[in-house]
Design a protein around this ligand. Structure first.
Ligand SMILES: [Zn+2]
Length: 112
């Protein structure tokens, strides 16, 4: 595997927080049909292990809490690098298939 290289320290830090109760970044690989790599800015309000519990934790309706959410991004939120360009040959360092359970597998319905 090629040595990791990051567009900025903030992006590296946000990638390292994928298991935290935090704002973080990750990527989905291109589809087998030759789609694009998708980059995500995400946040998690509960501990990672708690979200993965089966059954999932019951959240009282009055809290109106979204346990985790994500938004597709094209540019680094911190330095502005175009992600598809900077990570064209390095996107694997942002992949995390374990997050499929939480956010849905790439291309699955409702994964946006
Ligand atoms: Zn950056």
């Amino acid at each position: 595997m090629a040595r990791e290289k990051w567009c900025c320290d903030s992006m590296q830090g946000a990638s390292a927080h994928r298991r935290g109760r935090a704002i973080f970044v990750f990527a989905d690989p291109p589809s087998e049909e030759g789609g694009e790599v998708r980059f995500w800015l995400a946040s998690r309000a509960l501990d990672y292990d708690m979200i993965r519990e089966d059954p999932p934790p019951v959240i009282p309706p009055y809290l109106a809490l979204t346990p985790s959410t994500r938004q597709s991004i094209a540019f680094c939120p911190w330095c502005g690098s175009r992600l598809s360009r900077f990570y064209r040959r390095r996107y694997t360092q942002l992949l995390d298939s374990e997050l499929d359970t939480e956010f849905g597998s790439p291309g699955s319905p409702g994964s946006d």
